[in-house]
Design a protein around this ligand. Structure first.
Ligand code: GDD
Length: 323
């Protein structure tokens, strides 16, 4: 029997690279698309190179809003399973560029679903959803939690979540959404707060006068370890129950506490360096965002094991070793 094949739309980011590595380890053949591939191949393959797998994934050009191109790719590759991770994934950029955000999330999701419907694609399809659909969560968000997105990105993810549910119910397409809370790794870039804090804190160890400007330090987030989350993607996608799942730790950490732990690890006092600057505040700030991990534990026996202190230690260790 030949190798199983996974097709990853939006393969070049943190999750695409970590997922590729996990699938390759299971002897899957991995085919990936990326928005970055034509414009800048180096950037596109950066994460795969860091993981030492850039030669092992077959990268393809494909305009994901083009019906024919997606249909041809699926026809040629004939994947056993599909992961749709494609998105403009920065919440703050989505305020500046809502159209691009909508197109990269809603149009792409709809196009993939339409291709699968028209071509009677019979494999499993996973969509990367986001905790941003919930907006503020006073209690841990479960699958029934109200949707009150506060950003164009959150609205786009909510619409694609609804589309996935609709196509599953109306057309029996085997598609599901994993609603992902924040998940980190060294592959994140400095657009995201965890990498920004760690890079800047390391600069403070060399230059005592270095200042770090962040936004709202009172926000609280449910931060997990991305390497564990991509294992959940696969369990959710391959499960026969075809149920949307929340992927989270269930634990909240205040951003100020995250900063304090990072600076403590480096024997620095964060108060000497960090300021809260309105430039980095968001228009629709979600103050508290955390999820309920009980359904995925019950259904798929998946749970997050790496806690916030270990996440921070691993991120710092990697950064120091890579410098
Ligand atoms: N990026 C950034 N930079 N965020 C800051 C800063 C700053 O200087 N200062 C404070 N923050 C706050 C943000 O306002 C937000 O509340 C929190 O730190 C986390 O921001 P990000 O790391 O940028 O992540 P995110 O929560 O907006 O979005 C990420 O997680 C979502 C949920 O999984 C992204 O990965 C999304 O694509 C994903 O859907």
């Amino acid at each position: 029997m030949g190798k199983k094949i996974s097709l990853i739309f939006g393969c070049s980011g943190q999750d695409g690279a970590l997922l590729s590595r996990s699938l390759l380890k299971q002897n899957y053949e991995v085919v990936g698309t990326s928005r970055a591939i034509k414009t800048n191949e180096v950037t596109c393959l950066r994460n795969h190179s860091l993981l030492g797998i850039d030669k092992d994934v077959r990268f393809k050009n494909c305009h994901l809003t083009n019906f024919k191109e997606v249909a041809n790719l699926i026809d040629k590759v004939n994947p056993d399973e599909i992961y749709n991770l494609a998105a403009q994934s920065s919440v703050s950029k989505s305020y500046k560029n809502p159209q691009e955000t909508f197109s990269s999330i809603i149009d792409v999701t709809l196009n993939i679903l339409e291709v699968c419907r028209e071509t009677n694609y019979d494999g499993n399809i996973f969509f990367a959803g986001s905790s941003e659909i919930f907006g503020n969560t006073e209690t841990k968000a479960n699958i029934k939690h109200k949707h009150r997105p506060l950003s164009p990105y959150g609205i786009a993810k909510e619409t694609s979540f609804n589309l996935v549910e609709l196509y599953r119910n109306l057309y029996n397409i085997k598609c599901v959404t994993g609603i992902l809370f924040n998940h980190e790794s060294p592959l994140r870039n400095k657009n995201f707060v965890t990498q920004k804090i760690i890079s800047e804190a390391l600069l403070c160890t060399n230059k005592k006068s270095h200042k770090v400007s962040l936004g709202n330090l009172n926000v609280q987030r449910d931060w997990g370890w991305a390497e564990e989350y991509i294992e959940a993607f696969q369990l959710i996608n391959r499960s026969t129950s075809k149920k949307d799942q929340i992927v989270c730790t269930g634990k909240l950490t205040k951003l100020e506490r995250f900063v304090e732990i990072v600076f403590d690890e480096l024997n620095l006092n964060w108060k000497d360096h960090v300021t809260s600057d309105s430039e980095f505040f968001r228009k629709g700030e979600i103050i508290k965002s955390f999820g309920d991990p009980s359904q995925i534990k019950n259904d798929l026996n998946w749970e997050a094991k790496v806690n916030i202190n270990s996440i921070i230690k691993k991120l710092i260790e990697f950064k120091i070793n890579s410098l």
